[in-house]
Ligand binder design. Structure first.
Ligand code: NI
Length: 317
């Protein structure tokens, strides 16, 4: 496998255009920092991992209340996503891994991971409903069992549910049988809660080897959904930073990763969503985005290298 450090450093150059070639040490450090951030992405959003020994394994993470940030007030009516009647029947054979989708038009998919969370998810659902925006929620099976009503509301309001494993472990380190059993447990929890099977999955930390992706795809039919924009919102940099990172990375066919587990992320959404709507983006679910995929062999972006955690230890907060 290609050295992921090299790949990330290369991508970083391409995406920023800051060809710092006379300073390879600096580039290497930046590449490393990006690699570290990528590998540990989602790591803090580990709601089933106790922060202290005293907390039971099934208890949800409590994020500190956010008192400093106020969402900028909106002048005039809240902009609304157009009423989109789009197919969500994507071809299961059109690909296995996606970090973005080649489409014609300004379509973008917001994805929210690691819920349901009993306060933040309903607050986000209110914001999405006000703007007629449909999103995709990659939920954790154990949290679905704790808060099934939140999942039912999510589906009832037209959003899509994805499988994000049952306990948010790094699946790439598990035996095949345990990977499948874990994903089955999550799928069953989702079906119990809302009666709908998830059409796609996202591995925790983005960690799933190509061989394992093929195994999961063959077993469930799931495409493996990664992301094109990662605001690193799990580090809780503040709502305005989360918003500006998403706005900087948004592009046609993009898949935006964030976490409705965290209050700051939800705080960031009104400004983020309204700005994207004003820029002409139309919000769709991941399945709708996949169903719009243009069939142009040779021009489609190559699947992302698996972001597999090998030596990194996830942060414990
Ligand atoms: Ni996650």
């Amino acid at each position: 496998m290609e050295n992921p450090l090299h790949t990330l450093g290369h991508n970083f150059l391409n995406t920023t255009g800051s060809a710092d070639q006379e300073n390879p040490l600096k580039l290497s450090r930046r590449g490393f920092m990006l690699l570290a951030a990528t590998l540990s992405s989602c790591a803090a959003a580990d709601p089933l991992k106790p922060a202290t020994a005293a907390r039971p394994a099934s208890a949800p993470v409590k994020t500190p209340s956010n008192t400093a940030y106020r969402t900028p007030s909106i002048k005039g009516p809240v902009p609304r996503n157009p009423d989109l009647h789009l197919s969500n029947n994507f071809s299961k054979s059109s690909g296995i891994s996606f970090s973005r989708v080649l489409v014609s038009g300004n379509y973008i998919a917001m994805t929210f991971d690691d819920g349901p969370q009993p306060q933040n998810t309903p607050r986000l659902l209110d914001m999405l409903r006000e703007r007629n925006i449909k999103a995709t929620f990659y939920v954790i099976g154990q949290s679905v069992d704790l808060y099934p009503a939140v999942v039912r509301r999510t589906v009832a309001e037209g959003h899509e549910i994805g499988n994000h494993s049952n306990t948010h472990r790094l699946l790439s380190k598990l035996p095949d049988a345990e990977i499948l059993a874990d994903l089955h447990r999550c799928e069953n929890a989702i079906v119990r809660a809302c009666g709908v099977k998830p059409p796609t999955m996202r591995p925790p930390y983005g960690g799933l080897l190509q061989r394992q992706r093929e195994l999961v795809h063959a077993e469930f039919g799931y495409p493996i959904i990664l992301w094109s924009v990662d605001p690193l919102d799990w580090k809780r940099p503040g709502a305005s930073v989360v918003s500006s990172r998403i706005l900087a990375g948004a592009s046609s066919g993009g898949i935006v990763l964030s976490h409705d587990l965290h209050s700051q992320t939800v705080d960031a959404m009104p400004n983020t969503l309204d700005t994207l709507l004003r820029r002409g983006f139309k919000f769709v679910t991941v399945s709708q985005l996949l169903a719009m995929k243009l069939e142009t062999p040779g021009t489609a972006p190559a699947p992302a290298e698996p972001a597999v955690q090998t030596e990194q230890v996830p942060p414990t907060f």
